[in-house]
Design a protein around this ligand. Structure first.
Ligand code: NAD
Length: 348
C-alpha cells in the first residue's frame, strides 16, 4: 500500500514534491501546509488538501511521512516535531545548518524509531551519473582532479536565500548538492584539507558564489565552484586522470572522453602560437588517444521515494545515509571555517 505523505512548505520545492508524489507509484499526497495562507489557497485551487497548521498534520494518523520543504533555518524544528509525532521525515537539503543540529535530529530519529533522510535528488542528475560511471569504470586510471561547477548570471535569488537568518547563501543552496555528489564520485578517498573562498557579487550578507578545494590523502583533489555572476558558464564537469580526461560541458550534453592508449608519440605536430611554437601543449593525434562520447545515462528521480518507502518497510537500507549527510555537512563547516580564517583547514 502507498505511504501517505504531507508536504510542509508549498513554495517552489514543496510544489515540486507535491507533483512528484501525485505521479508516484509508492506514495500518495495527504496534503500540504504552508505558513503563508495564499500558498494554501493555491494548493486548494489545484485540488490539493491544505492543512490549517503543522499540528494538524502531526495529529493526522493517516500521514506516514512528512516532507520538509521550508527555508533552511526551519528544517530542524519541523523534522524533530514530525518524528516525535510518529512520522518519518524527508527533509530538503541542506539537511541542517550544522553538524550539531544534525546530531540532535538523528538522536530523535533513534529515540522515536522514525526514519530521517535528506532529499539529495541531484544524485539522479544525468551529468553527475555520467561522471560517476566514467570514474568508477576505472579505465582512465587514478583520478588526479575532479572539477564540478555550476554557473549562472542572475545573482543569488532575492528571496530568503540572500539572508543569513534563513540559512541563505550558495554554499548551503547549490554547494551542498555538489559536495554530496563529490563524496559519491570519490568513495574511499580520505579528505585531508579544505580551502574555500567566497564571492559577494550581488549580495553582501551571504556568499553568492564560492570556490572550494578538497585535498585528499591520496593526492587526489576536487574543485567545487558555484557562481551567480558568470555570463559564460565554465564546463559542468572536468576530470583529469592518469590515463585520460573527460569533459561534460552542460547538463544536457554527452560526456566527451579522451583515453590515452599509448603514452609515447613518434611525432608531435607543433602548434603555432603568436610567440612561437609549442609541442608540449599541442593536442595528441588518434595514434595515441581514443576520443569518444558516452551515452547519457538513464535516470529516474522517483527512485528516491521508492527507496525511502522500502527503507520505511525495512526492505532496503536508505540510499542517503546519515554518515554521508554528516560528512557533507562537516565539509560545509570546514569551508565556512576556511573562509573565516582565510586559510587551509585540516579536515578531521
Ligand atoms: P520557497 O521560498 O519557494 O518556499 C518555501 C515555502 O515555505 C514558502 O511558501 C513559505 O511560505 C513556506 N514556509 C516558511 N516557513 C514555514 C513554516 N514554518 N511552516 C510552513 N511553511 C513555511 O523556497 P523553496 O525554493 O521551495 O525552498 C524550500 C526548501 O527546499 C529549502 O530548504 C531549499 O534548500 C530546498 N530546495 C531543494 C531543491 C532540491 O533540488 N533538492 C530545490 C529547491 C529548493
Amino acid at each position: 500500500m502507498k505511504k501517505n505523505v504531507a508536504v510542509v512548505g508549498y513554495g517552489g520545492q514543496g510544489g515540486w514534491h507535491a507533483n512528484q508524489i501525485l505521479a508516484s507509484d509508492v506514495v500518495s499526497l495527504a496534503g500540504v501546509y504552508d505558513i503563508n495562507p495564499a500558498k494554501n489557497e493555491l494548493a486548494v485551487s489545484r485540488g490539493i488538501k491544505a492543512y490549517g497548521s503543522l499540528e494538524e498534520i502531526l495529529q493526522d494518523k493517516t500521514v506516514d511521512i512528512v516532507v520538509v520543504a521550508t527555508p533552511n533555518d526551519s528544517h530542524k524544528s519541523i523534522s524533530i516535531a514530525s518524528m516525535e509525532a510518529g512520522k518519518h521525515v524527508i527533509c530538503e537539503k541542506p539537511v541542517m545548518l550544522t553538524v550539531a543540529e544534525l546530531d540532535e535530529v538523528l538522536a530523535v530519529s533513534r529515540k522515536t524509531g522514525m526514519l530521517f533522510t535528506v532529499h539529495q535528488n541531484r544524485r539522479w542528475d544525468v551529468d553527475f551519473l555520467a561522471m560517476k560511471s566514467i570514474i568508477s569504470e576505472g579505465k582512465l586510471g587514478k583520478v588526479i582532479c575532479v572539477e564540478s561547477r555550476v554557473h549562472g548570471s542572475r545573482g543569488i535569488p532575492s528571496d530568503w536565500r540572500g539572508q543569513k537568518e534563513y540559512g541563505g547563501g550558495m554554499i548551503y543552496d547549490w554547494g551542498i548538492h555538489l559536495i554530496d555528489q563529490m563524496v559519491q564520485l570519490l568513495p574511499g578517498e580520505k579528505l585531508k584539507k579544505v580551502y574555500c573562498t567566497e564571492q559577494h557579487t550581488t549580495n553582501f550578507e551571504v556568499d553568492d558564489g564560492f570556490k572550494l578545494q578538497l585535498i585528499y590523502e591520496s593526492g587526489t583533489t576536487a574543485h567545487i565552484e558555484i557562481g551567480t555572476l558568470n555570463f559564460i558558464a565554465m564546463p559542468r564537469f572536468y576530470l583529469q586522470s592518469m590515463k585520460g580526461s573527460a569533459l561534460i560541458t552542460d547538463w544536457r550534453n554527452k560526456a566527451q572522453v579522451v583515453y590515452c592508449k599509448h603514452w609515447n608519440e613518434k611525432e608531435v605536430l607543433p602548434v603555432q602560437t603568436a610567440a612561437g611554437i609549442t609541442k608540449t601543449m599541442a593536442p595528441r593525434d588518434e595514434i595515441t588517444v581514443d576520443t569518444y562520447e558516452i551515452d547519457i545515462p538513464k535516470s529516474d528521480v522517483h527512485d528516491f521515494y521508492r527507496n525511502f518507502v522500502k527503507a520505511v518497510d525495512g526492505i532496503e537500507p536508505q540510499l542517503v545515509t546519515h554518515e554521508e549527510s554528516r560528512l557533507v555537512l562537516s565539509i560545509v563547516e570546514a569551508a565556512f571555517k576556511s573562509i573565516a580564517q582565510g586559510q587551509v583547514i585540516d579536515f578531521e
